[in-house]
Write a protein that binds this ligand. Structure first.
Ligand SMILES: Cc1cc2nc3c(=O)[nH]c(=O)nc-3n(C[C@H](O)[C@H](O)[C@H](O)COP(=O)(O)OP(=O)(O)OC[C@H]3O[C@@H](n4cnc5c(N)ncnc54)[C@H](O)[C@@H]3O)c2cc1C
Length: 313
């Protein structure tokens, strides 16, 4: 099931077919703040009122032309301005393929420099998401240089990749803040763990290294046993609650988000918005069979969303 959804996430023809159905859009609304920046800002403000911070993701990836990549870059800069004007406790997550990585890495790096430079002037932080393994080396190289130039850029390490302990050590040597995740793409067994048990064990190993490093990192998972392990490890080493953060995706494990915030941990919600939600939604379906059942129910009932965007927080 996971492989099928990750395969379909990259099929343009299936995308064009699926988007014809209203229920598909309605089911996706569970994981996406809305189409407009307005919707995302409303969710961030609500999150802030609930003692949660946010990271906005303007949806879009694998941009096909330089013109589109430039447009995405300009939009991201507008998002930064809006965050600065209206949102407390919010930063920006971006994907390098959205700003041209697959078209021309040098051009992508210049775009990132503009985004990071602008964020720096506004006193904000940019998280560069990690995409599939064809992007890993270039992403780490570009982030490393951007961090040296601007100091406000971090990236993501995926515990399903065999290489990740090495990459973590390299990033830590530079002092680069990391978001640790399990990994959301379809990777071959030659480079990635296949069994959840192995991915989880690697996550816990890397998590301990991060917590020991005295840099502000993010533990991004909805896995309650891993979260419990992180809390216990931090407590046993006398690592203060405010020296790291938990991160979760908008619309997933809201109970846990609130519980952790109530316990005094920093919790940041990844809030995607925009019209290009198809690939993101397919990855969320791939992660959890229950989400597919939810999609099927939406199809059968043609459920109406009630237009409120705060339901999923
Ligand atoms: C803030 C954040 C940023 C991320 N950034 C990246 C990135 O840059 N690159 C990348 O490859 N991946 C990224 N991911 C996705 C990540 O790699 C995993 O695919 C995703 O988090 C699911 O794994 P899990 O750690 O929650 O554990 P799992 O073992 O998959 O799930 C643990 C529990 O979480 C809940 N859960 C998990 N997924 C879902 C879902 N889709 N719907 C409903 N419940 C669910 C269920 O209760 C499940 O039992 C990010 C995740 C988060 C939270």
């Amino acid at each position: 099931m996971r492989a099928l959804f990750l395969y379909l996430a990259r099929r343009e023809r299936f995308k064009n077919f699926a988007l014809k159905f209203g229920f598909f859009r309605k089911a996706a609304a569970r994981f996406i703040a809305g189409d407009a920046l307005e919707d995302a800002v409303r969710v961030v403000k609500l999150a802030n009122r609930r003692k949660l911070t946010g990271t906005l993701d303007l949806l879009g990836e694998n941009t096909l032309t330089k013109e589109d990549a430039r447009t995405a870059c300009e939009e991201l800069i507008r998002v930064e301005d809006r965050i600065h004007r209206e949102c407390a406790g919010c930063n920006l997550s971006i994907k390098l393929t959205q700003i041209g990585l697959k078209l021309d890495p040098g051009f992508c790096e210049r775009n990132l420099a503009q985004i990071a430079g602008h964020a720096k002037n506004l006193g904000n932080f940019i998280r560069v998401d990690m995409e599939d393994s064809s992007c890993t080396d270039q992403t780490l190289d570009i982030v490393e240089r951007a961090f040296r130039d601007f100091g406000n850029v971090g990236t993501v390490i995926q515990s399903y990749l065999y290489r990740s302990e090495r990459d973590t050590a390299r990033m830590l040597k530079e002092g680069i803040p990391i978001r640790l995740v399990k990994g959301a793409y379809r990777e071959p067994a030659t480079i990635a763990f296949r069994r959840k048990k192995d991915t989880d064990a690697n996550f816990i190993r890397i998590m301990k290294t991060l917590l020991d490093s005295e840099i502000h990192h993010a533990i991004a998972t909805h896995d309650s046993s891993i979260i419990r392990a992180a809390k216990e490890y931090a407590r046993s080493r006398g690592i203060p609650k405010d020296s790291f953060e938990f991160q979760m995706l908008y619309g997933i494990r809201r109970d846990l988000q609130r519980q952790l915030a109530g316990e005094g941990y920093n919790v940041r919600i990844y809030i995607p918005f925009g019209a290009q939600w198809y690939a993101y939604f397919m990855r969320r379906l791939a992660e959890r069979p229950a989400n597919v059942a939810f999609l099927v129910r939406s199809m059968l009932l043609e459920r109406k969303t009630n237009g409120r965007f705060d339901d999923n927080l």
